[in-house]
Design a protein around this ligand. Sequence first.
Ligand code: GLC
Ligand code: MG
Length: 533
Amino acid sequence: MQQETVRTTAQTTPEWWKTGIIYQIYPRSFQDSDGDGVGDLAGIESRLDYLADLGVDAIWISPIFPSPMADFGYDVSDYRDIDPMFGTLADFDRLVAATHRRGMKLILDFVPSHTSEQHPWFVDARSSRSSPKRDWYVWRDAKPDGSPPTNWISEFGRPAWTWDEGSGQYYLNIFLSEQPALNWRNPEVQAEMLDTLRFWYDRGVDGFRVDAITHIAPDPDKGDHPPDPNWQEHMDPSYRYLKVHSKHQPEGLDFVRMMRRVTDSYPDRVLIGETDGELKAVMTYYGEAFDAFQLPFNFTLLNAPWEMAEIVRRIETYEAALPDGGWGNWVLGNHDCRRIASRAGPAQAAVAATLLLTLRGTPTMYQGDELGMESAEIPPHAVRDPWEKQVPGRGLGRDPARTPMPWEKGPTRGFSDGDPWLPVFVPAGGDVAAQRADATSLLNYVRALIALRRETPALTLGTYETTVAQDGVFVFTRRLYGTVFHICLNFTGETRLCPVKGEVVLSSRHGSEGGAVDTLQLAPDEAAIIKAA
Ligand code: GLC
Ligand code: MG
């Protein structure tokens, strides 16, 4: 009997990554400490109190490894060191310790699908066809007419094959030609890359977000991609063909399982996957035995038009698709897409933040979204993103979501003593210092929301149910044992009545909390959380 009780208790203590909030740091743009205009590790360390005060549980830092920066760190030339631009291994160890001291976790970005063309492995591989590293990458002969082996198009819009004059073959690159694809079917590649995970876990890292995982096992021997009948000339060129032989190949899941086994050999670590694609494909990344990603990223709201019916439909579809025993998660922004405050409109930023932080599943919040930062207009001379440079003028560039954090008064808003690598923009609600001082700011609302979430198990562990979805009012209910919370969201710019009873525990309209309501009146664009009586 006693033993039964003990076991039950152990089972109901949820892992930190189920109840916690993950905050994504784009390190180039968080805080610069040395005046070179690019953010760095010491800069992050100096702002940890901001994050602790915001109340997030974990930070995920985009790549900080040595890199020629063709894709701003997603082209790694050494997996086991820190780029001098960001600091040193000693700075990193200090950052891990300082993060842990504040009770937070630190997650790194793992970029397994490709290296930099300047990685010594690739330099060796291209030096000759008989290089011992040759098979670490994906090489194929040209067709008899000299053209590439398949019609595949890279994610950044050019042919996915690059001709290597010296060795007389094409190599595969799913992203830039500066990012040759690694051949994970080679056991030496597997062993080396899995050891990389151990290297960082041994240094105290709490988990990894695994980059471009859907592209880890391309199979060029399957041949050309069929054209997508829905594709039109003005669209993203990489979608011209259906990527049936390059994405979501079955071996990819085996490789994730290998990463998971390493992860599970350390206590309390988490593996998160950049799993873009159809919901059905995304769900496979849990692994049938839940032996792959604990959190395959859920991007279903990332590209959704901000229309209530569509948002509700996507939430319900995701909830229904989650396998029994799979823990969900939500993402509203990252360094690759338009800012949520621009997609939803700045007035809806609080509604969006409320959704992210109260839906069932782990939220990942992108830096600056707590301030309502918008996608910036980047003047042509300031463009840095290689994607925008390769396929200009189609709105594909990612610089707009990567501008530096505006902290306080001053020429660069406290981001850097030098010349920032991208221009600094201040959101309508003001920089961090201004928003902290303003009781009605989005930042203070998000802080209060996080604090409420932390003290309310129903908001993390409770069930989800759609309660109202009409006239631009969306109410969903989170329930845990006897505790019931209604999350009420006004997607319109007009006042709406909302049929819920209880106490208003939090509202995006500062000062309207506290009262008991029989029918809630929602102000335009208001988000409110009601504790049912
Ligand atoms: C992922 C990253 C993106 C990068 C690409 C190639 O999609 O999020 O920023 O360009 O992978 O590594
Ligand atoms: Mg710097």
